[in-house]
Design a protein around this ligand. Structure first.
Ligand SMILES: CSC[C@@H](O)[C@@H](O)C(=O)COP(=O)(O)O
Length: 340
């Protein structure tokens, strides 16, 4: 495979390498990955995370395994195993379906490798298109609220919602971002803050439960978030807490946009109720862990509910920013997302 380099994922010196997103921002550690068990562990523990990135990292590993001479049956099994790591972000299923298709060709080795490379390179282009389209919705002076991490760390390009913010800041300069810390795993506090810092875009970190009072005080002009799966009717799943923001934005008459590449659209999924939601370990809610160590505050026998994502209904969304354009509620209700 050719050399491919993104912010948190690369294929270099003949091996897949990932930046450990669990240790950021205080430690920047790259891991080499040569087998399915290692990649599965990296994805499950969110060292590799973000809807587009998960699919791309798994794809590069499959390309690598083909280069190592694994036979067709073994590759098919590896694709199945990687696809089963996390259930909600459909980008992973999209990538694995493309690789399965390539596996049917006579020259399957070459086709799988080319497909893995193309998926990576296409994601960069998709990010650019979304960022350009979304940046037109932003005005100089806007205070934008965002949730989770949707930047260059989560994609092969500039990001989804955070990519829009980056392009808008480049165009208008005068943008300020409210960053939800995003409990339980703090992707906002650890990763979005880290990316905005590096980009020198002014931001203020808040706890998730502070958004309501900010909105009531007129301090939020727009909300931009990413998505892990958009259903045919426009409902979408994203990091848990996104639905709270959509309800709050609706109540306060604040535009609420979802930004995602076409690879996040699942035309076969009729609505949000059909999106599988990943449930995660109790320890993520009973305490925190990271580069700073582990800490538990809840009693050992506390019952815990820990869905990684929630579903926002289409009725609360002002606009869907895809790489193919900006879609309104009327267009989505007319079935624009169900057409192939
Ligand atoms: C990259 S943008 C969309 C989403 O993947 C993002 O908002 C998100 O929910 C990521 O969840 P994560 O559990 O960190 O993989």
């Amino acid at each position: 495979m050719k050399t491919l380099i993104a912010r948190s994922l690369k294929f270099e010196s003949g091996v897949v390498q990932v930046l450990d997103q669990y240790l950021l921002p205080h430690q920047q550690v790259w891991h080499e990955c040569r087998d399915v068990a290692t990649m599965s562990e990296l994805i499950l523990t969110l060292k590799v995370r973000g809807a587009p990135l998960i699919g791309l990292a798994a794809s590069l590993l499959i390309g690598y395994l083909v280069e190592q001479g694994e036979d067709k049956d073994a590759i098919a099994r590896s694709i199945d195993e990687l696809e089963a790591t996390r259930p909600t972000a459909v980008n992973l299923m999209h990538c694995m379906a493309k690789l399965r298709e390539a596996l049917q060709a006579i020259d399957w080795q070459q086709q799988v490798i080319t497909t893995a490379e193309q998926l990576f390179e296409e994601d960069t282009a998709l990010c650019d298109r979304m960022a350009n389209i979304g940046a037109e919705l932003v005005n100089a002076g806007d205070n934008i609220l965002t949730h989770c991490n949707t930047g260059a760390l989560a994609t092969a390009g500039v990001g989804t919602a955070l990519g829009v913010i980056y392009y808008a800041a480049k165009q208008h300069g005068d943008i300020h971002v409210w960053v939800d810390e995003t409990r339980p795993l703090l992707q906002g506090g650890r990763l979005t803050a880290f990316e905005l810092d590096a980009w020198q875009i002014p931001y203020t970190l808040i706890c998730d439960n502070m958004a309501a009072s900010l909105m009531a005080a007129g301090k939020v002009d727009k909300v931009f978030v990413g998505a892990d799966r958009i259903a045919a009717n426009g409902d979408f799943a994203n990091k848990v807490g996104t639905y709270n923001l959509a309800v709050l934005a609706h109540f306060h008459n604040i535009p609420f946009y979802v930004v995602a590449p076409i690879t996040t659209l699942d035309r076969s999924c009729p609505n949000g109720a059909a999106i599988p939601i990943e449930q995660r370990a109790k320890s993520e809610v009973t305490g925190v862990s990271g580069s700073f160590g582990d800490c538990q505050w809840a009693p050992n026998n506390a019952e815990v509910y820990n869905p990684a994502f929630d579903v926002t209904p289409a009725s609360l969304i002002t606009g869907w920013v895809l790489d193919t354009g900006l879609f309104t509620g009327d267009e989505v209700a007319l079935g624009v997302f169900s057409q192939s």
